[in-house]
Design a protein around this ligand. Structure first.
Ligand SMILES: Nc1ncnc2c1ncn2[C@@H]1O[C@H](COP(=O)(O)OP(=O)(O)OP(=O)(O)O)[C@@H](O)[C@H]1O
Ligand SMILES: [Mg+2]
Length: 375
């Protein structure tokens, strides 16, 4: 993709999403507005650290102490991932313009009276350990401007994937699922929002019953039957029906939310619950796409959910007009899209360019995102 122009810059993007499956790190080379993916790495989050982060996502005693300690530990983990990628790519820190780090969301409250969002993974520690300028806390400035602080990736999706040939939807299935609608016209409108659960409920149920972090290829869900009364109950969730702008996270869609619904129904075999959760993700995504005012011709999927064969099959069944493909078909591996977006967001910050889309987040105006930790 690089165009051979002289202004070459390398950025690192780092994504640690709501699924808490891994830290995704990419190195991107920009040549003016074109970019190429130099290398990528997925690093495991140690089990104990993962448990502590999940605990921190729900209100508890002594949160500040734990948040401070985990902020530091994650800063170190992220730094190790960066240094490992540099080693793998035979790059040195002084060749990197900056790191863009999403951080680990522990609370996202855009609708609170005093709205806020918190991502941990100390950028100060990262700048110190790597010797690279680190940019983090991308969401807060959009919230300060009256927005949801999310999703932030639609501007990147538009830059990378817009096409005049077809009206596209870019679907990211991480812990939560988010959509970007591209108009199919040059400079046309972009819209997007978090549509509801992605993998996070399926993961939690699988962990409880199979002691596995996720349902590989959706094999377990395939052995179960969708329980309509449960599906209908879950789809009644107000968030799913609400109009955008909207964003959500573990605060709403978590195992306690599921348990509250299950308590009100006769006992259901675990594999049927898993099948229903898979259907919930497929239905809430399909409803959002089918409801779009103009017909979408193609959906390109990124994020780990793209690997869940059962989920992809159920989604295909439920989409009315759109065909469904991996984002690989339009040039980027589904596993690295989000991390690449944060490399681009860091570049925008350093260039003093705005990167939120007010029509997506609901912010009053475009703002420059991110907090810079220089070296
Ligand atoms: N082979 C597979 N079969 C089923 N599910 C898979 C497979 N591979 C990955 N996944 C799912 O994808 C998840 C990871 O996806 P991803 O990294 O995109 O999510 P995330 O880190 O939460 O990102 P986001 O910030 O977008 O929320 C895993 O937790 C798992 O649920
Ligand atoms: Mg992930």
């Amino acid at each position: 993709m690089a165009d051979g122009a002289t202004r070459r810059e390398i950025y690192i993007g780092l994504m640690s999403g709501t699924s808490l499956d891994a830290v995704d790190t990419v190195a991107i080379e920009f040549c003016n507005n074109q970019f190429s993916l130099l290398g990528a790495l997925s690093t495991e989050i140690p089990g104990q650290l993962r448990k502590q982060i999940i605990a921190l996502c729900a209100p508890a005693n002594n949160e500040l102490e734990l948040a401070g300690a985990l902020d530091y530990q994650l800063g170190e983990l992220f730094s190790e991932a960066i240094l490992q990628l540099l080693d793998q790519q035979q790059l040195s820190p002084d060749q990197i313009t900056a790191v863009g780090s999403h951080g680990q969301t522990i609370r996202h409250r855009p609708d609170a009276t005093h709205p806020f969002t918190i991502q941990i993974g100390s950028a100060a520690v990262m700048a110190q350990r790597t010797g690279i300028t680190t940019i983090a806390d991308f969401r807060s400035r959009d919230i300060a401007a009256g927005g949801e602080g999310a999703p932030l990736v639609p501007a990147f999706h538009a830059l990378l994937f817009d096409s005049e040939q077809e009206q596209r939807c870019i679907l990211n299935i991480g812990g939560i699922a988010n959509l970007t609608f591209l108009s199919g016209k040059a400079g046309g409108a972009v819209s997007g929002f978090d549509c509801g659960p992605g993998n996070l409920l399926m993961n939690a149920w699988c962990e409880r019953h199979l002691q596995q972090p996720y349902d590989i290829d959706g094999q377990w869900a395939r052995t179960g039957c969708v329980v309509q009364p449960l599906l209908e109950r879950l789809l009644q969730e107000r968030y799913i029906k609400r109009s955008p702008p909207k964003s959500t996270g573990r605060e709403l869609f978590n195992i306690s939310w599921l348990d509250q619904h299950l308590e009100r129904l006769p006992s259901i075999p675990p594999q049927d619950v898993q099948a229903t959760l898979c259907e919930l993700t497929a239905s809430s995504i399909a409803m959002a796409i089918n409801r779009h005012p103009s017909a979408i011709s193609a959906v390109y999927v990124c994020g780990g959910g793209a690997h869940n064969k059962q989920l992809m099959q159920r989604l295909k069944q439920r989409l009315e007009t759109a065909s469904i493909h991996s984002s690989k078909k339009i040039g980027l591996d589904p596993d690295w899209v989000e991390a690449c977006a944060f490399a681009w967001l860091a570049r925008q910050t350093l260039k003093g360019a705005t990167s939120n889309l007010p029509e997506v987040t609901g912010a009053q105006h475009p703002v420059i995102l991110g907090a810079i930790h220089p070296v």
